[in-house]
Design a protein around this ligand. Structure first.
Ligand code: AMP
Ligand code: MG
Length: 403
């Protein structure tokens, strides 16, 4: 049996960014930029006014002095006329500083007359001017490869006229459920049948990673059906299967994958739930064979598939950080394997308080719905008291928000 850490290490060693594409700036949001971006020009592009006021020659200025207003420069305009001695130009925020001027006096520091202004305070050279290149100098590397594109990056890239942005491409993830007991969503299950919910759950999880799900349908518990659909799945960037990976009589996934040239890297991980997980590769294509139990399917996706998909889409931080949480009640469990407890966490005085929202049996999906975090309980520890510390993975980002 492979340890949890080894399983993740093996997976992350086998996957690499899938490729780069150029997309429209807004389509790059939430994705990872694949090249360094250097500023093609200075920003600001020229010296400009930081205030609505008057562009002046500071040498002419002193408190009480009156200047003659000889020009008006609104934003979007440009004046080539130099400011003469004793004169000023009315100027709006963002407009270029006219020749001769070396400071801006905000309206509120003046007393305005008809075509004149009286200075109320001292004026120093460079006051209220934003200088060319003071934000970004031409050639400066402002967004590094590997950065997540959020609104500030869009703002900067737009400033520099980046119409197309190189980003790591979304990976296409084929999803195959297996089992004779399954019917597709929309069909009424007969006795002994269940709806194929795993395909939808996995597709949702794939989408939430920013990847593209490709639904292959259901492979029936026979070799031909497995061969046909698994070989279809091997045309995607990633293949995920659910069920049929244990030691049941009809568990055909692993042997059919082997037949199709997938080289298994591990089978069975020392975790609970999710033990019978397999991972293999065909060339650079990773294949995840997840257990069929819906709770285990989602948990193993979270622990093994999500980090791989993120890495393939250029993310460098792909694992959820573990943070300390504190139990609100006692807990007893059997020793054996690293366990993932589905827990409900609240925040009080900056600490995560952990409670057990329900039955932890792998058959109980409802507990997954009530959980906003996972507690990782090491294999050997069997008893916990209220107040004891546990390692948490926070799953629900709204935990950091409030009403
Ligand atoms: P297996 O791994 O084939 O032994 O399946 C384990 C359990 O998961 C069984 O109770 C299956 O009915 C259930 N299961 C398997 N595939 C799916 C699926 N696609 N959707 C929902 N439940 C499933
Ligand atoms: Mg089965």
């Amino acid at each position: 049996m492979t340890s949890f850490e080894d399983a993740r290490r093996i997976i992350l060693q086998q996957v690499a960014p899938a490729g780069v594409e150029r997309v429209l700036l807004l389509d790059a949001v939430g994705r990872i930029i694949a090249e360094d971006f250097a500023a093609p020009r200075d920003m600001p592009p020229w010296d400009n006014s930081a205030m609505d006021g008057f562009a002046v020659r500071s040498a002419d200025c002193a408190p009480g002095v009156t200047l003659t207003v000889t020009d008006f420069i609104p934003a979007g305009a440009c004046s080539r006329a130099a400011i003469a001695k004793g004169c000023a130009a009315r100027i709006m925020t963002g407009a270029p500083i006219p020749p001769g001027a070396d400071a801006v006096v905000p309206f509120e520091d003046t007393e305005q007359g008809a075509g004149t202004l009286k200075l109320l305070h001292q004026v120093r050279s460079q006051d209220h001017i934003r200088f060319q290149g003071e934000d970004v100098a031409a050639g400066e590397q402002v967004v590094s490869r590997g950065t997540l594109i959020l609104a500030p990056q869009v703002s900067l890239l737009a400033t520099f006229s980046a119409v197309l942005v190189p980003v790591y491409r979304r990976v296409r993830v084929a999803i195959l459920s297996t089992g004779d007991e399954l019917v597709e969503l929309g069909k009424i299950p007969a006795a002994s049948q269940i709806v194929n919910s795993n395909t939808l759950a996995l597709a949702a999880a794939v989408k939430l990673c920013g990847a593209e799900p490709l639904i292959l349908g259901i492979a029936r518990d026979n070799r031909e059906s497995h061969l046909a659909l698994l070989s279809e799945g091997l045309k995607a960037d990633v293949l995920i299967t659910s069920a049929g990976v244990s030691v049941g009589d009809h568990d055909l996934v692993r042997e059919t994958l082997r037949e199709l040239g997938v080289v298994e890297q591990f089978w069975k991980v020392a975790i609970k739930p999710g033990g019978p997980t397999a991972f293999g590769v065909k060339g650079s294509l990773p294949v995840f064979s997840l257990p069929g139990n819906p709770v285990a399917t989602l948990l193993t996706f979270e622990q093994f598939v999500r980090p791989a998909l993120l890495k393939m889409m250029g993310h460098t931080k792909v694992l959820r950080r573990t943070v300390p949480g504190y139990l609100t009640g006692e807990l007893r469990r059997k020793p054996g394997r690293l366990s993932f407890l589905r827990v409900h966490v609240t925040v009080a005085e900056g600490r995560y308080l952990v409670s057990n929202p329900g039955d932890q049996n792998t058959g109980i999906l409802k507990t997954t719905l009530k959980a906003n975090a996972l507690a990782l309980l090491p294999a050997d520890r069997t008893e916990y008291r209220a107040g004891d510390q546990v390692d948490l993975q926070i799953l629900d980002p709204t935990l950091e928000m409030e009403e």
